[in-house]
Design a protein around this ligand. Structure first.
Ligand SMILES: CC(C)(COP(=O)(O)OP(=O)(O)OC[C@H]1O[C@@H](n2cnc3c(N)ncnc32)[C@H](O)[C@@H]1OP(=O)(O)O)[C@@H](O)C(=O)NCCC(=O)NCCS
Length: 330
């Protein structure tokens, strides 16, 4: 959908817990190998939260860094959106706890659940508040402690995920040309159980049985997700470029969700974006769900791979199944 919203990213921040777990570390306790993980996924290491390093803790670190980058303080914010599937508590929202941790006033705060597409959904939501004039300075955070909900004894999923947070401050564009040109969000709920957590919700509340049967861990049909992701990422990318009337060659950098290097390479090959214009950091972080896109974008910005005036495409894909893309001029 073509948007032309005069909204800019004022600053970004990210944070990952210091502890790094390599493929060899995993191979020491699981029936897997560095070679298998690297070849199938592109992942070499991931960051893991220690005790006390919670989703809120990660979110606050990333948020404070984004505020500093934007030269703003918590008092300047008038809305907080936290995108997460691993909230601090199931009740209340992590965004409310973040509001208190940052010391903001009584500004609205809510969580948004769209898994690995979360940040693109969150950015789109925040941009619409600004476009509508109901908010001026919005903090959007993607924060996850995926290793807390992953079965660390399941080699099919334990190898994939890591913990991180990424944050952005959105505000009305301060210079002409800075804008969100097009967005596309989508979901297919019929595929909900391709990535899901069976217990802990109203359908199957926690009990001795759910714990004994390990039903609080995430389950995933990896092969089916893989196939659908390649096609859908390609489709949503093409649609967003077409909506904005922008050619593939004009995009400075594509920032895709980092779930599997082969998925990224395959989708980019089909759409004709060379890999030197694609941000990849999955080798160091694995899949960090809603944190993945802002973490990658923040790194790219810091490294000088993107600068003001560039066209940047964000692309998310994840549980739901959900997907989303946003094309913006920085
Ligand atoms: C998970 C994923 C890496 C698995 O790769 P794959 O090539 O599809 O592998 P398969 O699941 O078909 O399994 C192939 C074999 O490897 C085995 N295997 C699975 N995990 C393994 C591991 N960590 N180490 C070694 N072998 C493993 C399987 O048991 C299977 O063995 P079998 O042939 O004897 O039955 C891949 O499917 C994937 O990345 N899917 C998308 C996941 C995703 O992105 N999820 C999040 C979306 S946001």
């Amino acid at each position: 959908m073509k948007t032309s919203w005069a909204v800019e990213i004022a600053g970004m921040g990210s944070w990952t817990p210091p502890k790094v777990v390599t493929n060899d570390d995993l191979a020491a306790r699981l029936d897997t190998s560095d070679e298998w993980i690297t070849q199938r996924t592109g992942i070499r290491a991931r960051h893991i939260s220690a005790d006390g390093e919670t989703t809120l803790h990660l979110a606050e670190k990333a948020a404070r860094e984004a505020l500093a980058a934007a030269d703003l303080t918590p008092a300047d914010l008038d809305l907080i959106v936290v995108c997460t599937v691993t909230p601090e508590h199931t009740l209340p929202s992590t965004s409310c706890e973040l509001q208190a941790a940052l010391g903001c006033g009584w500004i609205p705060a809510f969580d948004l659940v769209a898994a690995c597409s979360g940040f693109v959904y969150g950015l789109t939501t925040a941009a619409q508040f600004i476009h509508a004039g109901t908010a001026k300075t919005v903090l959007v955070v993607g924060a996850e402690t995926m290793t807390r909900v992953t079965d660390q004894d399941d080699r099919a999923t334990a190898i994939l995920f890591g913990d991180a947070a990424g944050a952005a401050i959105l505000r009305p564009a301060t210079q002409a040309g800075r804008e969100i040109l097009a967005v596309n969000l989508g979901a297919d709920g019929a595929r909900a159980k391709m990535i899901w957590t069976p217990a802990g919700g109203s359908c199957l509340p926690a009990s001795d049985t759910t714990v004994a049967e390990r039903l609080h861990h995430m389950r995933m049909s990896g092969r089916e997700v893989y196939k659908f992701a390649v096609t859908q990422m390609q489709t949503v990318l093409s649609q967003t470029l077409a909506d904005a009337g922008v050619a593939t060659d004009d995009v400075t950098l594509l920032i895709p969700h980092q779930s599997n290097l082969r998925i990224i390479e395959s989708a980019c090959d089909k759409i004709g974006i060379p890999m030197d214009r694609v941000m990849v950091n999955i080798d160091r972080y694995g899949n960090t769900s809603a944190a993945s896109v802002p973490l990658a974008m923040c790194e790219a910005w810091r490294a000088g791979r993107i600068k003001r005036g560039d066209l940047v495409m964000m692309l998310g894909f994840g549980a739901g199944l959900t997907w989303g893309s946003a094309l913006l001029r920085l």
